[in-house]
Design a protein around this ligand. Structure first.
Ligand code: KG4
Ligand code: ZN
Length: 365
């Protein structure tokens, strides 16, 4: 009989408490039996960023509830679970610890195997959960906390081809929206404004395009936007709706151009390895941006590479991606003991040198 594996996955590394249940029977497509996400946005909104202590407390309060809800949603009990997967880093230490402690408790009480998952591996393996894409593929993580090109060669074989040297793109969208008096999250707000703006009226910089690598930079764009805003205000005493829309369109176009160009470079490196089924996947909240998506799809089409973008609910932080990464790790024989530690920093590719510090959402690895 073909073996069925059912994994419970816990995620609490940032501001979402999430638990998922994923099952795979033999080599059939994996199935998400449950995915429960409790966001904490309203707990942090008054502070203009995530407060780690508040996040950790909320995770500790919600995790048990999320586990019960995920089991109820999947019509299972802990007796039906084969292993517990948990995000063990990178992220805000208090939140990661809450998840690891909860997972250890369940593991010890039920005698279930425990698997510590790298949060970024969860994102990076999601296209296999949704589309079963074959290794090796090229992945671009684009969110409020992450930004990197990853060559995904296997369940624990990642090569980082490049990433941001300062802000993540979501941070740039959010901070820029704030500068323009737009609502948070800034990405969708800027995209909406940009729809009726002229991307050519203001010229924004295209950072790092002069460097032939896959690294990116977004903090200068935000500064350029601030300067542009202040210049218009100095000249005219304020911004009209059209000014704001044009700024948004120019800003977004700069990000599209930079991401498209750097993706071309990353694809060139990836294609040198002559993958049997060339595939590219994008994930993270910023991947919801249709101009960015169109730009990346075009680059992929020009290079004969299949383009994949998991549904948004699986692009952003969730427990199903951790359960799925745990499932692949379990199959590969990976097990952790009760000495599993929470790692605030945990680069997926241990061999590449670190390229950045810590952003508003904690260590980005
Ligand atoms: O992956 P995500 O949900 O959360 C973490 O970063 O953990 O990403 C959130 C980010 C926010 O910065 C938000 O502004 C951005 O994704 N975002 C977008 C869009 N929708 C969400 N950025 C650009 N365009 C969008 N349509
Ligand atoms: Zn994430």
């Amino acid at each position: 009989m073909t073996q069925a594996l059912t994994i419970l996955g816990l995620e609490s590394s940032c501001d979402d408490t999430a638990v998922g249940v994923v099952r795979q029977i033999g080599d059939e497509p994996p199935e998400i039996l449950a995915s429960v996400v409790y966001g904490q946005a309203e707990l942090h909104s008054a502070y203009g960023g995530i407060v780690p202590e508040i996040a950790a407390r909320a995770h500790a309060e919600k995790l048990d509830l999320c586990v019960s809800e995920a089991l109820r949603e999947s019509a299972l009990t802990l007796d039906d679970i084969d292993a517990i997967a948990v995000t063990a880093g990178p992220g805000l230490i208090g939140g990661v610890l809450s998840g690891v402690m909860c997972a250890k408790g369940i593991s010890a009480a039920m005698g279930l195997p425990l698997i510590g998952v790298n949060h970024l591996a969860g994102h990076a393996l999601t296209p296999r959960l949704t589309d079963m894409i074959a290794y090796p593929y090229l992945m671009l993580l684009l969110s409020g906390g992450h930004c990197q090109f990853l060559l995904v060669r296997g369940v624990d074989a990642f090569t980082r081809l490049g990433g941001t040297i300062d802000d993540a793109p979501g941070e740039a969208f959010d901070k820029s929206a704030r500068l323009l008096g737009l609502a948070q999250p800034g990405g969708p707000a800027i995209e909406n404004e940009a729809r009726h703006g002229d991307p050519k009226r203001f010229r924004f910089p295209r950072p790092l395009l002069n460097r032939d690598d896959c690294n990116l930079s977004f903090s200068g764009l935000k500064t350029a936007l601030l300067r542009q805003r202040d210049q218009i205000i100095a000249e005219k005493g304020g911004l009209t709706r059209a000014d704001r829309a044009d700024i948004c369109a120019g800003f977004q176009q700069a990000i599209v151009d930079v991401l498209s160009e750097k993706t071309k470079r990353a694809l060139r490196i990836y294609l040198q390895g002559q993958p049997a089924v060339p595939s590219f996947a994008v994930a993270g909240g910023v991947a919801a941006n249709s101009a960015i998506r169109r730009g990346l799809e075009t680059v992929c089409a020009e290079n004969g590479v299949a383009f994949h973008a998991p549904p948004l609910a699986l692009c952003t932080d969730n427990g199903a991606m951790i359960a799925y990464a745990g499932l692949e790790m379990f199959k590969a024989g990976h097990r952790d003991g009760l000495d599993l530690t929470a790692r605030p920093r945990w680069p997926l590719d241990q061999t590449s040198p670190s390229i950045l510090g810590s952003g508003k959402k904690g260590a980005k690895a």
